[in-house]
Design a protein around this ligand. Structure first.
Ligand SMILES: Nc1ncnc2c1ncn2[C@@H]1O[C@H](COP(=O)(O)OP(=O)(O)OP(=O)(O)O)[C@@H](O)[C@H]1O
Length: 123
């Protein structure tokens, strides 16, 4: 097999693992399931108010930001639980900081949502 074919097959296999990981997140993580629900509601609202292309881009970006950081948070928690299942201040710090990152992304997404929708609701 040529180097190029090996490279392409390797990348495609990687995409498969990544897709499997995204499905695992959706199936097993309650926080991601809630965020998916919110994403669906925001998408319906977007169609209802016929938001602009720029607003769609911002909305999709905000949804992707929150859900991807939630995935990283889940990973950090899983690694922390695996390497040290018992209570430890450092594990608490790791989990709190990872959760803090999700919080920052969620606040950012909420502000974007308010900026987009307040004019449609009250304009
Ligand atoms: N092993 C531990 N050592 C120290 N503190 C911990 C430990 N496990 C959890 N904590 C503390 O409890 C908080 C919640 O931890 P937990 O693993 O339940 O995360 P969670 O955010 O509830 O998880 P999920 O996102 O799955 O709902 C952590 O942010 C941390 O402050």
């Amino acid at each position: 097999m040529s180097k190029v074919s090996k490279f392409i097959i390797g990348r495609l296999r990687g995409c498969g693992y990544a897709f499997k990981g995204a499905l695992l997140l959706l199936k097993t993580e309650p926080s991601i399931q809630v965020q998916t629900g919110i994403a669906v509601i925001m998408t319906v609202l977007g169609f209802y108010f016929d938001i602009t292309s720029t607003e769609w881009i911002l909305q999709i970006f905000a949804i992707g930001l929150v859900m991807s950081i939630e995935g990283v948070n889940t990973t950090a928690e899983a690694i922390a639980d695996f390497i040290h299942p018992d209570f430890h201040d450092k594990i608490g710090f790791i989990k709190d900081v990872a959760a803090g990152a999700v919080f920052i992304a969620a606040i950012t997404a909420m502000i974007i949502g308010f900026i987009i929708y307040i004019p449609y609701f009250f304009g």
